[in-house]
Design a protein around this ligand. Structure first.
Ligand SMILES: Cc1cc2nc3c(=O)[nH]c(=O)nc-3n(C[C@H](O)[C@H](O)[C@H](O)COP(=O)(O)O)c2cc1C
Length: 323
């Protein structure tokens, strides 16, 4: 399948694995890239720029295909050493960066000078247009269904993607809620040039997370995610668990007076416990509604090949027969 995204990134299939905290290590990124998609290492999961440089080197030893690095610009008082991380990306020869969180404007010159292509992930048409204006090469449009941070507009992809198609000139991929071939075809029909998946890639053989995490995604239905931190304007879609029930209870009790400190123990620093140790109730972890469509734990190669080949079948057989 050839789209503006496969052309832009020099990949075989229009399938991207979005950056995921404590999931997007070299093993997963390389497996997705080897499968013909675009794998992405999560920059900030690496504690220092030196650690990121090592992770990039590891990924290069596992694949000779293109891969990217995610840089998430977090809200908060203490800013990570972004210039240091960017130096590691540039010196590591990585040519694709996925940015998210806030606008990458301050770093665009550094990226462009180094010949890096930037795909910015955002949750609204206005932010996508801003990304286009500041020189991003593509955007990842993240709908309300997504695992992680869907923003505060609550626009699902059935509306958001065609709205993006109306306004954008640069290529964009559909992100959020996607896990199978029907959805790839739908995303293309809605104007996107490919798909970005998070949750679906966690339930793969190569995802370097505890088996409990994969099993919990396979067991979950589309009803098993919750939105937290809305009152803090930092909404996150997470898998329902004991910790999340507690957060929802605290948020109800505190109402408009909620502060991050009220829930910090349940959201801060919990990823290693969940993802590495498999302590599924240790805290809130991002997960999308697409869990309801995830029923197995294939290799990345099996998953990407299945999605793309079934999508081709749907287009050739089912859709072609309708006209
Ligand atoms: C466990 C998990 C961790 C994530 N961490 C990040 C992150 O650190 N930075 C980021 O930009 N997006 C992060 N995301 C969002 C994904 O990159 C992607 O946009 C999202 O998962 C798409 O929705 P889906 O899960 O429905 O496929 C995370 C998602 C999950 C499920």
């Amino acid at each position: 399948m050839k789209t503006r995204i496969t052309e832009l990134f020099g990949i075989e299939h229009p399938v991207i694995q979005g950056g995921m905290h404590y999931v997007g290590f070299a093993e997963l990124a390389a497996a997705v890239s080897n499968a013909g998609g675009l794998g992405i290492i999560t920059g900030l999961t690496q504690k220092t720029p030196e650690d990121l440089a090592n992770e990039i080197a590891k990924c290069k030893s596992l694949t000779d295909k293109p891969f990217g690095v995610n840089l998430t610009f977090l809200p908060g008082f203490v800013s990570p050493d972004y210039p240091g991380y960017i130096k590691s990306i540039i010196e590591g020869g990585v040519k694709i960066v996925e940015t998210a969180g806030r606008s990458p404007e301050a770093y665009m010159e550094a990226f462009k000078t180094a010949g890096i292509k930037v795909i910015h992930k955002c949750t609204s048409v206005r932010h996508a247009l801003k990304a286009e204006r500041i020189g991003c090469d593509a955007v990842s449009v993240d709908g309300f269904e997504c695992g992680g941070h869907p923003g505060e507009d609550d626009i699902p992809n059935m509306i958001l993607l065609p709205r993006a198609a109306e306004e954008l000139s640069i290529p964009f991929v559909a992100s959020g809620g996607i896990g199978n071939a029907q959805q790839l075809v739908a995303a293309l029909a809605l104007g996107a040039d490919g798909i970005n998946m998070g949750t679906r890639f966690i339930a793969t053989i190569e995802a370097p997370v505890h088996q409990n995490v994969k099993d919990s995604i396979v067991s979950a239905s589309e009803l098993d995610t919750r939105l937290i931190m809305r009152g803090l304007r930092n909404t996150e879609r997470v898998m329902k668990n004991v910790a999340v029930d507690k957060i929802v209870e605290i948020e109800k009790a505190k109402g408009a007076d909620i502060a991050i400190d009220d829930i910090m123990a349940l959201v801060g620093g919990v990823y290693p416990k969940v993802m590495t140790e498999g302590a599924m109730d240790a805290g809130a972890w991002s997960c999308g509604m697409v869990a309801g469509l995830i029923h197995d734990i294939p290799t990345c190669e099996e998953l990407v090949t299945r999605i793309v080949s079934e999508a081709q079948d749907i287009i050739r057989s089912r859709l072609a027969q309708l006209v």
